[in-house]
Design a protein around this ligand. Structure first.
Ligand SMILES: C[S@@+](CC[C@H](N)C(=O)[O-])C[C@H]1O[C@@H](n2cnc3c(N)ncnc32)[C@H](O)[C@@H]1O
Length: 241
């Protein structure tokens, strides 16, 4: 998520005048720090705080609130409503689908708000990853192993990327991956629009359908352009090899 903070997320937050942000999955708080550079925003973090002691890091900062815990335990009781959610927590279908469901059911996103989601591209767009597999009910969990991922290959490989994580054994199919969770949510809810940027493992953007939102359509045009130029660059690089 932090890769997109300066180029995409902060300009959007500033253009829309958003002030209340909820960040699910903050790790060391690097993305949070970038977002806080916008003096007008406050950030509510939902994270188990395993990677860093975030309460200590932000102690005395009145613009940061921390709910130490898992999204699916915190969202059912989280007070208030937010202009924007930044979702970059557990990258699996069950968690992401239910985060979106809870945000919608509890009215946690203010009208005109937007949800950014990281890792909608390879490797976790179509493949589950589990920080702790036993947190996901067995019926909703893919078979998994602590092995790496190779682009273009469904089966895991010890030499692939992210071999330190519990990754689904195969890519694709129903209820597998972050992008699949978003698509299922969009189809079932019927009132959200979705598009994505393909760079840096993929950034998804979800918003309630609102005809005539000019900032949003400008953003959508920019996404199309960036995706198109990215694809062109990859094509030219491939042709040069
Ligand atoms: C990829 S890191 C986040 C990186 C951060 N967004 C950034 O751009 O710097 C994922 C974080 O999500 C946390 N996490 C894992 N499962 C979670 C859950 N169910 N709810 C909230 N946070 C979770 C992890 O502990 C980790 O801190």
């Amino acid at each position: 998520m932090k890769f997109f903070a300066d180029s995409t997320i902060k300009p959007y937050l500033a253009a829309k005048g958003y002030s209340e942000i909820c960040e699910i999955g903050a790790s060391l708080g690097e993305n949070t720090d970038k977002i806080l550079e916008l003096g007008s925003v406050s950030v509510t973090i939902v994270d188990p705080c395993v990677d860093a002691h975030l309460p200590r890091k932000y102690e005395g900062n009145p613009r940061v609130k921390i709910h130490k815990g898992l999204s699916l335990e915190v969202l059912p009781v989280l007070p208030g409503a937010f202009d924007c959610f930044l979702i970059d927590g557990d990258h699996n279908w069950y968690t992401v689908y239910n985060e979106l469901r809870l945000i919608r059911e509890r009215g946690l996103l203010k009208p005109g708000g937007v949800i950014f989601l990281h890792d909608v591209g390879w490797p976790y767009g179509r493949r589950d990853m589990y920080y702790e597999p036993e947190r996901v009910p067995p019926a909703h969990r893919q078979p998994y192993a602590r092995k790496g991922i190779v682009p273009g290959r469904s089966m895991l490989d010890a030499a692939g990327a992210n071999a330190q994580h519990d990754n689904a054994l195969t890519e694709g199919g129903p209820r597998n991956g972050v992008l699949t969770a978003i698509e299922d949510f969009v189809r079932e809810s019927g009132d959200y629009v979705f598009f994505r940027l393909n760079q840096e493992f993929g950034l998804g953007v979800l918003a309630k359908k609102r005809p005539g939102d000019r900032v949003f359509s400008r953003f959508r045009r920019r996404a199309r352009l960036l995706n198109w130029t990215g694809a062109l660059r990859r094509f030219v690089r491939g042709a040069q090899r």
